[in-house]
Ligand binder design. Structure first.
Ligand code: AMP
Length: 307
């Protein structure tokens, strides 16, 4: 089924305990679209860059079947820029710089050919823009998944809550869930957040896996214990891309299907963190993805016979 993703296409400067990468290609939409491209033949994107963004990087996206008709290129303007530094445990990071640049007055134009989208991924972006995209689709998609981050909670909480109300699934990390709900307990936070609107909630816990909440139920997926983690940037977005890509491929949005989607999402995130930037998402194969999913299955499979 057709998938539309919005989000940032950006330059990132990333510092981890293992090194520094300057102005690599990043942005929520880049990671989401690349991860999702392994599941659905066509991923449509709506995003904005400045004329400093290299044409060959757009071509790389096209080679992955990503349709960039909705990618606006603003002459004389600069692309979104983000710089972050990870702490020693790689689970937490500080944002050093966020330069909105072209994002400051982004008007998301949706090409007519995108209007039939069944799956909408609202990648991390200005909440007002996320909402505009929903309103500009003539028909409500079958499923809307939204990702966001603490930055928007600090600068646009009201808009953020209004957008959260309109989506089916919200994906955030544990720290953000606490900030959004005002609750320390993740279970209590999940209840508060689901009362804001979404029927499904994903809370990502970095190297400690991810939780999927729905009504009174909860499903847990571990993160794969990896020998080498170089750069967690984009892990959450790769997770989201794998998750919604799998749902779009199977066109099944039941809770059972979402559990499997969480595993596929976790598999895509595990590839992402193995290299700096989105590089690891560029050269995957179906066989590599299936092998990785098998590792998840093996990791959590056990037999207990209860009396
Ligand atoms: P993640 O590690 O999954 O949270 O995603 C990191 C990506 O999000 C980076 O490539 C950044 O370019 C992008 N990013 C950082 N801050 C923001 C923001 N405020 N809005 C949208 N995208 C952002």
């Amino acid at each position: 089924m057709s998938l539309l993703s919005i989000g940032t296409v950006a330059f990132d400067t990333i510092e981890t305990p293992f090194g520094k990468a300057e102005r690599v290609i990043g942005g929520s939409c880049s990671y989401i679209a690349l991860a999702a491209s392994y599941f659905t033949p066509k991923v449509n994107i709506v995003a904005v860059v400045g004329d400093d963004f290299p044409e060959e990087k757009i071509q790389v996206m096209n080679q992955h079947g990503i349709n960039t008709e909705g990618l606006q290129i603003k002459e004389g303007e600069k692309s979104f820029f983000w710089a972050g530094k990870y702490h020693m445990d790689l689970n937490s990071r500080d944002t050093l710089t966020t330069e909105l640049n072209v994002l400051a007055d982004f008007d998301p134009i949706i090409p007519e050919s995108y209007q039939d989208c069944a799956y909408l991924m609202l990648g991390n972006l200005t909440p007002q823009v996320q909402q505009t995209v929903i309103n500009r689709l003539k028909k409500r998609p079958k499923l809307i998944l939204m990702d966001t981050m603490n930055f928007w909670m600090e600068v646009a909480m009201d808009d953020l809550k209004a957008t959260i109300k309109m989506v089916d699934v919200l994906s955030i990390n544990d720290e953000e869930a606490r900030q959004l709900s005002g609750e320390h307990s993740i279970v209590k936070a999940a209840k508060v957040i689901m009362e804001m609107g979404p029927k499904f909630l994903i809370i990502k816990k970095g190297e400690h896996g991810a939780l999927l909440f729905h009504k009174g139920e909860v499903f847990f997926a571990p993160a794969l214990p990896l020998e080498d983690v170089f750069d967690p940037t984009g892990a959450g977005d790769s997770f989201a891309g794998g998750f919604i890509g799998y749902l779009a491929k199977t066109n099944d949005i039941s809770f059972e299907s979402m559990k499997r989607a969480v595993i596929y999402g976790s598999a895509m995130a595990s590839f992402c963190v193995e290299k700096f930037g989105p590089e690891a998402l560029m050269n995957l194969t179906q066989a590599k993805i299936e092998n990785r999913v098998q590792e998840f299955i093996d990791l959590v499979q056990f037999e207990i016979v209860l009396d």
